[in-house]
Structure formats: C-alpha cells, structure tokens
Design a protein around this ligand. Structure first.
Ligand code: BJW
Length: 252
C-alpha cells in the first residue's frame, strides 16, 4: 500500500502529525460536514448554518441543528480508523493528533494527545460573553439562556469567520512546523487555517501522506495519496508499520 521508502520515513520519524477531518468519522455513521444534510435538514447548506450571522438570525434553527448532530455523534462509536490512530500513537515515538472534528470520537477511541481546532459539540458557550457554561436550566426556551447574563447559549464550536482557540492553533502550528511526517486523513482541505497546516509542514521538510477516497486541493502536494476509506487504509498502514518494525528489530 505505502511504498517502502515512505514507510521507512514513517518508521524513522521522531514526530508525526495526523490531521483529521469529517471523513474519518464517516464510517462511524457521522455524516461528513459537506454531506451532512439528511432528512429534515436536507434543505439547508451546512456552510450557511455554521456562522454567527446564521445563529443571530435564526438561533432556534441553528441550536436545533446542533442538537440533532449531537444526538447522532453520541450514538456513534469510534471506528477502525480512529482505533488505528490510537495504535499509531503507541507505535511511534511522538504523534500529535490535530482534528477539525467536533464529535469527540478520537478521545473516545483512546487517543490521548488531541488538539481540537474547531471545538467540541459537547461544550456550550455564552454567545455574548464567550465563556464556557457547564450548567444551565432548561426552562423550555430554545436556545437556553446563560445563567449569568441571560444571553443566548450556543454550541462550543468554531464557526466561519470566528477565530480558532489561540493556544490550540499555536500548538498545531508548532507541531506542523516540527514534524517529519504529516498524515492528512478524511478532510476536504478547504477550510483555513487547518488546510494550511500540511503545506507549512511540507515547507519545513515533512513528508506528506493523504488518506481520502477522493482527490482534494492538497493531493497535488502530497508524497503519497492513499485512495480509499480511512477505516480500511489506516489499520493497513499501522499493520505495515508493525511488520517493518518486526523486520528491523534486533534479533536475540
Ligand atoms: C473520507 C471518507 C472515509 C469521506 N475515509 N475520508 C484563507 C483563504 C480563504 C478563506 C479563509 C482563509 N483563512 C480563513 C478563511 C475563511 C474561512 C475559510 O476557510 N473558508 C473557506 C471555506 C474558504 N475560515 C474561517 O473562517 C476560520 N476562521 C478564521 O480563519 O478566522 C480568522 C479569519 C476569518 C475570516 C477571514 C480571514 C481570517 C474558521 C473556520 C471554522 C470551520 N468550522 C467548521 C464548523 C465547525 C462546527 C460544525 O461542525 O458545525 O468546521 S466548517 C467545517 O469545515 C467544519 C469542519 O471541521 C471543516 C472542515 O471540513 P472537513 O472535515 O474537511 O469535512 P468535509 O465534509 O469538507 O470533507 C470530508 C472529506 O472526507 C472529503 O474529502 C471526503 O472525500 C472524505 N471522506 N468518507 C476518509 N471513509
């Protein structure tokens, strides 16, 4: 699957970054961001709901959309792709996992070092104060209100036009600039600043690998494009790495 010289580079890497997007959760039954709209939500475009302006115009609609998506992700289980990244974390000296996903499935699979660039569906913020709200009363209003200031509550995710969490983005940028291999998995590579991380890694000399059933704007820049589903290809990659490690291990 992965050509021997690139597999060697992966096996020798001191620091690997995996950047994931919605595609890695597709096989858990969580629809990807751009294909997310099914059933009642099919007539809305995700890009038009995931903005502060949409929330201010129709807070109930946007809150309900996130409630629907939260109910899907809570029922979902991590898949073989998530599990393979946990295995890679064990096999490699250092793996930084950067995700654009808000579903929390990497942590539920057992990944320890996860940088969530776009927040998490399971957190709630006060729209006005930007503070995390852990407890609030359900008084029947949608969205519920902030117990401190009475402002609208919103999901703790990053919408278009909003800044990413500063410290998390900085850690991601440092990791991208210092890794030997960056593995981009299941992302359309359209949304910035996340989409710029692989290119920054490449400028600093990293090998770029991509796992995706379809080509993306990143594909022309990668050293290897592994075409197919993450749930199949990531476990295969981990197996290849383990086999190579077995061959390289000094015999007693
Ligand atoms: C499989 C598979 C399987 C399927 N296995 N793969 C520079 C240039 C141009 C624009 C900008 C720029 N810098 C900033 C911007 C503006 C904007 C932006 O990037 N716009 C672009 C659309 C052009 N960025 C922002 O606004 C960001 N903020 C920011 O930069 O602030 C400063 C600033 C603002 C304005 C101007 C300039 C500076 C914030 C971005 C926040 C993104 N938030 C969202 C919503 C999160 C909450 C929610 O989920 O509702 O994050 S948008 C959405 O896209 C979500 C995702 O995390 C993100 C990425 O999507 P992803 O993960 O790639 O999913 P899909 O669906 O697009 O793709 C799935 C892929 O999986 C596909 O390729 C499939 O083929 C594949 N796949 N099955 C493997 N089994």
């Amino acid at each position: 699957m992965l050509a021997e010289p690139l597999l060697q580079r992966l096996a020798e890497a001191r620091h690997v970054v995996a950047l994931t997007g919605a595609g890695i959760s597709a096989e858990s039954g969580v629809p990807t961001f751009r294909d997310a709209q099914t059933g009642l939500w099919a007539r809305y475009r995700a890009e038009e709901l995931a903005t502060p302006a949409a929330f201010l115009a129709e807070p109930r609609l946007v809150w309900d959309w996130y409630a629907w998506r939260r109910s899907l992700t809570r029922r979902a289980q991590p898949n073989a792709g998530h599990a393979a990244l946990v295995q890679l974390e064990r096999l490699l000296p250092r793996l930084t996992l950067i995700t654009q996903n808000v579903d929390g499935l990497h942590a539920r699979a057992g990944s320890r070092n996860v940088l969530e660039l776009h927040g998490n569906l399971d957190t709630t913020l006060c729209f006005d104060e930007g503070t995390v709200v852990t407890e609030y009363t359900d008084d029947g209003r949608t969205p519920p209100r902030c117990p401190r200031c009475g402002g609208l509550l919103r999901p703790g995710v990053v919408w278009f036009g909003e800044s990413l969490p500063k410290a998390t983005l900085e850690q991601a940028e440092v990791a991208a600039a210092s890794c030997d291999v960056l593995l981009s998995v299941g992302t359309s590579s359209l949304v910035h600043p996340a989409a710029g991380l692989p290119l920054a890694a490449k400028r600093h000399g990293a090998v770029l690998l991509e796992v995706n059933p379809t080509a993306t704007p990143l594909t022309p820049h990668v050293d290897a494009a592994l075409s197919g589903p993450a749930g199949l290809l990531l476990p295969e990659l981990a197996r290849q790495l383990e086999r190579l490690r077995g061959r390289l291990a000094p015999s007693d």
